[in-house]
Design a protein around this ligand. Structure first.
Ligand code: SAH
Ligand code: SF4
Length: 349
């Protein structure tokens, strides 16, 4: 397989004898005009286009399947060059939620093929971990979703398949390119990027040292060790005390509001005592809480709690003055909880 052009920074591209300004022209074609073939770069000499095509692949992934739902959320299954599949979900912003304005688009991207952390409720981890995504494969999801949909992505959330902080170096290389202003990147500012982690405490501290102001979301899903451990094996490696201390360090350093993600699963983590403990964590971290009614995964027995229980859980938080939203569902009908589409693809393959 040829190297992927998007895996390298523009400064590193091998352009042979071509003059330096060609680099900028090529970057402008890719990141500015979003072309997907060297042949379309009409201001380059034919010989250079030919050399580039001989040396590099430009497209990291191809559309394998698209599912759209009535509320215009679109879910993409991409085939990577080596034949693996990953997913992205394109979501229109909810006016009023997270301060987003209508007309803005968020793309939920994957960072790995599969996931090693094996959370019991999650489709991405069911089959184990296969490999990290390269920077080009991460950037490629944004370019391909934009090319397919015709919209410009405003926000990125790393809540697709995989654990982004376990793929730290390649994630940061991808973010360099995604953050860089046009024409050397896509110009998506760090404030518009949310990195979600299942709780890799050392990498959270490492992220705190990065000067960029990414948003951080923690997949908490349990407010006490016994509850969290039952559904998230990572909690044995980094128990709550260690995770929360890392989050506190992050928050002190960045002065940014962390989001605690909390999937509500019937009979597993929806006791109101758990909500009261969650209040303490949220207050300590100055965090807001995002409650997510569990999305049923084929082959797993978990269910979402009844509506009244979800409301009661949210009220405990809200009465205590903690900002808590119940995620309005988009794409429940298209298996938008990541990892689900890929599993189906594997089942039919
Ligand atoms: N590995 C990282 C990033 C992936 S995030 C992390 O866990 O944070 C994927 C998000 O979707 C996580 O918050 C995860 O808990 C959530 N999720 C996974 N399966 C889900 C399901 N069936 N219903 C609702 N949310 C789910
Ligand atoms: Fe991996 Fe995140 Fe799914 Fe857990 S929730 S298995 S860490 S993708």
């Amino acid at each position: 397989m040829k190297p992927l052009l998007l895996d390298q920074a523009p400064e590193a591209w091998d352009l042979g004898e071509a003059p330096a300004y060609r680099r900028r022209q090529i970057a402008e074609w890719i990141f500015g005009r979003r072309v997907t073939a060297f042949g379309q770069m009409s201001n380059l000499p034919a010989a250079l286009r030919h050399d580039l095509a001989a040396r590099y692949d430009l497209e990291p992934l191809a559309l394998a399947r698209r599912q759209g739902s009535a509320d215009t959320t679109r879910k993409y299954l991409w085939a990577l060059r080596a034949g693996d599949f990953v997913e992205s979900v394109l979501i229109p912003a909810n006016p009023g939620i997270d301060g987003d304005r209508a007309g803005r688009w968020t793309l939920c991207v994957s960072s790995q093929v599969g996931c090693a952390y094996g959370c019991k409720f999650c489709a991405s981890g069911l089959d184990g971990w296969k490999r990290h995504l390269t920077p080009g494969e991460i950037i490629g999801q944004v370019l391909a979703a934009e090319a397919d949909s015709g919209v410009r992505v405003d926000n990125l959330v790393f809540m697709g398949m995989g654990e982004p902080l376990a793929n730290y170096a390649q994630l940061m290389t991808a973010l360099d390119r995604l953050n860089a202003p046009s024409p050397s990147g896509l110009g998506i500012g760090a404030r518009h990027v949310t990195i979600s982690t299942s709780g890799l405490a050392p990498q959270i501290r490492r992220l705190a040292d990065d000067p960029r102001q990414f948003r951080l979301a923690i997949s908490l899903h349990g407010a006490t060790d016994p509850v969290r451990e039952r559904i998230m094996p990572i909690n044995r490696r980094f128990p709550l005390a260690e995770l929360l201390a890392a989050c506190e360090a992050y928050q002190r350093r960045k002065r940014k509001m962390i989001t605690l993600e909390y999937i509500l699963i019937d009979g597993i983590n929806d006791e109101l005592t758990e909500a009261h403990t969650l209040v303490r964590h949220a207050r300590r971290l100055h965090a807001k809480v995002n409650l997510i009614p569990y999305n049923t995964v084929e082959g797993l027995e978990w269910r979402r709690p009844p509506r009244e229980r979800i409301r009661a859980f949210a009220e405990v938080l809200q009465r205590a003055g903690v900002t808590a939203t119940v995620r309005l569902e988009k794409g429940h009908d298209i298996d938008a909880a990541c990892g689900q589409l890929r599993l189906k693809e594997k089942a039919v393959a």
